[in-house]
Ligand binder design. Structure first.
Ligand code: SF4
Length: 239
């Protein structure tokens, strides 16, 4: 449990905190298993064996000028250090706190300013097969609950996996989000295969653009992220 990796964007004044706790999902090709560090940092990927103490973390953060803290990594909501740290950062640094989550657990604390829920799938059999968990409606219900919290900013993400979580599933997810509010921002990420042995492939840019068009039938603010996108702001490794 705790933070095993930190990166920082000077331009965006953002710090990215990677949590180590074992995730409550077991997604095929889990990005943090295969890319444990920020994929914008150059060099080989390796998860650090030790996590930081609160004292060590604070000493790193004190050297940075940041306004926003992003809680990410495996699944912050199952890490016992996540909420105490969010509270501490809010108190000591007045940070704008952003949680990246799979949505299976609900965080009710007011120390979080923004939540990005990764909606993996809506179709029951696909959700079970991909995440290893039942009840996709639990994620959807939590998403709706986040929306009902005033002053909490909400957005959503999904991963496009050709032939598996494809255009049809993206349409279902977009339709669900629009049933709550068609203005909620939605980003579709391209699946990153973990190697030649992966049974799934990376989507083409055309497939990503098609997924965007599909989602835009329901939503007003759709973006895509794929290997062809230019990185606007660099990040540096802090730990
Ligand atoms: S929810 Fe994220 S961290 Fe958890 S298994 Fe899936 S991809 Fe990995």
């Amino acid at each position: 449990m705790g933070i095993y990796h930190i990166t920082y964007s000077k331009e965006l004044k953002e710090v990215y905190l990677y949590f180590d706790a074992k995730c409550n999902f077991s997604c095929h090709g889990c990005i943090t298993d295969h890319h444990p560090e920020d994929c914008h940092v150059k060099g080989p990927q390796a998860r650090k064996s030790s996590t930081l103490s609160v004292k060590e973390l604070i000493s790193y953060l004190k050297t940075l000028s940041f306004k926003r803290a992003l809680f990410m990594g495996k699944e912050p909501t199952v890490d016992t250090e996540f909420l105490p740290l969010a509270r501490l950062l809010k108190k000591e640094f007045l940070s704008y706190n952003i949680l990246l989550t799979n949505g299976y657990e609900l965080v009710r604390e007011m120390v979080i300013d923004e939540v990005c829920v990764s909606i993996k799938a809506i179709t029951k059999v696909t959700f079970k097969d991909f995440t290893g968990r039942d009840h996709p409606e639990r994620v959807l219900n939590n998403f709706a609950k986040y929306y009902s919290v005033s002053c909490l900013k909400l957005r959503a993400e999904s991963v496009l996996i050709p032939g598996y979580i494809g255009q049809k599933e993206i349409a279902k997810i977009a339709k669900f989000i629009s049933s709550i509010d068609s203005k909620i921002p939605y980003r579709i990420d391209a699946y990153m295969p973990f190697g030649e042995k992966d049974k799934f492939r990376r989507p083409s840019i055309e497939e990503m653009q098609e997924a965007k068009r599909v989602a835009e039938k329901y939503l007003e603010n759709v973006s895509i992220l794929h290997y062809g996108c230019k990185v606007k702001y660099g990040v540096e490794r802090v730990y």
